[in-house]
Design a binder for this molecule. Sequence first.
Ligand code: KIV
Ligand code: ZN
Length: 514
Amino acid sequence: MSHSEANRVRIFDTTLRDGEQSPGASMTLEEKLQIASVLENMGVDIIEAGFAIASEGDFECVNKIAQRVKNSTVCSLARAALGDIDRAAEAIKPAASGRIHTFIATSPLHMKFKLQMEPEAVIEAIHKSVSHARNLCEDVEWSAEDATRTEMDFLCRAVEAAIKAGATTINLPDTVGYTTPEEYAAMFRTVIERVPGADKAIFSTHCHNDLGLAVANSLAGIAGGARQVECTINGIGERAGNAAMEEVVMALKTRSDAMPYHTRIKTQEIMRASRLVSTVTGFTVQNNKAIVGANAFAHESGIHQDGMLKNAETYEIMTPESVGVTKSVLTMGKHSGRHAFADKLKDLGYELGDNAFQECFRRFKALGDRKKNIYDEDIIALVDDEVATSANRMQVVSLNTYSSTTGSAFSDVTMMIDGEEKKAVVYGSGPIDAAFNAIKQLIGFEPHLQLFQVHAVTQGTDAQGECTVRLEYEGRTVNGQGAHEDTVTAAARAYVSAVNKLLVKREKTAPAPM
Ligand code: KIV
Ligand code: ZN
C-alpha cells in the first residue's frame, strides 16, 4: 500500500454537529469534551465541534473544545451569513488549528424553495461568505448543500467561486442520501477536471444514509478524487444518519489492496469511541452493526466455529483487537486490594482524584460482595457512573423497593438535594415507576420520560444493569446514565443523572428553578 501524502484521506468527524442533530441525541458540554478528547486521541484530523451561532451553549462547546484539543483541527459550522461566520471565528479562536466551515445550498429545489434566492445571488453569497471567512481564518471549508441534486454547470461555477474566494476544502454533500456510488465518483471527477484551481483545494465527501449507501458513496467519492471524508461515530446523524467513521476507516484499512488510501486513525480506539457515543446519546448500536455491533466478531454456527479454531482468517477479515474489541477479561474479585484496583484503573485509561478513587474502590468492594466475577466492563460501568454523578446537586442516597405480581409496587427513596437529605415513599405500577414517582416528588417537578432502556454490562443474572433515561422538560432534552447491580437503583441513578443535566442546562439559560 502506498502511504504517500497524495493518498492520505483526512477524517472529518461531525458526531458533535451533524450527529447531535439526530432527534434525542443532545449532549452536555462535559460529554462533548469527553468525546472530543477520544476523537483527538484516535487521530481524527478535523473535529466539527458544533454550530457556534445556534445558541450560547453551542458556542461554549465549540470554544471549550477549541481550548482543549491540541492535535486535531477544531471546526465550527456557519451559514453563508457574516454574523454566523464571525461567531464561528470567535468560537474557534483559541484552537491550535481552527477551521470555519461555511455552506449554502446549490440545488434548484433548495435555492428556489428554501433560500428563495436566484442562482446569481447564491454565487455572490458564496464569494462574500468565503472571502469574509478567509479574512478571519486561513483554513476555510465551503460546502455546496444538496450538491448531488445540483446541475453540474452550476455546481462547477459555485465551486470555482469558492476556490477563488479562498476556500481550502470543498465539500460536496449528498445531503439527502440520494446518490449512488458511480454517480458520486463521477461528480467528483467532473468537478475536479473542469474547475480551474481545483488542484489547490482538498475535496470532501459528506454522505447521508437514507438509502443505506453512505459508506459506499463515501468510498466512491475517494475513488473520484476526494481526500476528506465527513462521518460520525456509529453513523449517527440527521434522519438515517451519516457515513459511519468506523466503517469507512476499516474498509480502507482492510481492503487497501483494492483502495490504496490510508487514514491517520488509530483503529484500536474505535470501540471506545463507539461505546462512549452510544452511552452519551442513548442510541444503542444494533447487534449486527458492522465493526462495532456486539455480534460483529461472534461466530455461532458449528461450521464457522470449527473453521475459526483451525485458522481465524477463515471467517474473520480483520481481528477484533484491531478495532479495540477485547475479550471479557475476568479481572478481579472481592479480595483484590487497593493497589491492584489502582493498576486496573490505569490499564483502563482512568486517572481519578483521591476522593473519586476512594468512592470507586468502596463501590468495587461492595460489588465484589454481591457478584462473584468482576470483569473489565463492570469496572468501566462503575467508574463511569461514579465520575458522572459525584459532583451533582442531586444524588440518590438509598433506595428500597417492594413489588409483587398481585398488587402495586412502592419505592422508598432517599436523596441528597443541595446538601439536604430528603425522603419519599411513593407507589407505582411497578418498582421502576414507583422509584421515578418518588424522585419526581422529591425534586418537585415532572419531566417527561422519552426513553428508558437497560442493558446488562456482562453476562449472568448477577450482571450490573446499565440504564439510559431520556427526559424532556420545557423544551430541553437530556440523557442520563446509571449503572448498578440492582436494576431499579441503576434506573433511579440514570433518572437523577438526567435531572441534574436538566438543571445545568436550565441554569445556563434562566435563573435557577429551585
Ligand atoms: O448534509 C449536509 O449537507 C450538511 C452540510 C451543512 C454540510 O450537513
Ligand atoms: Zn449533513
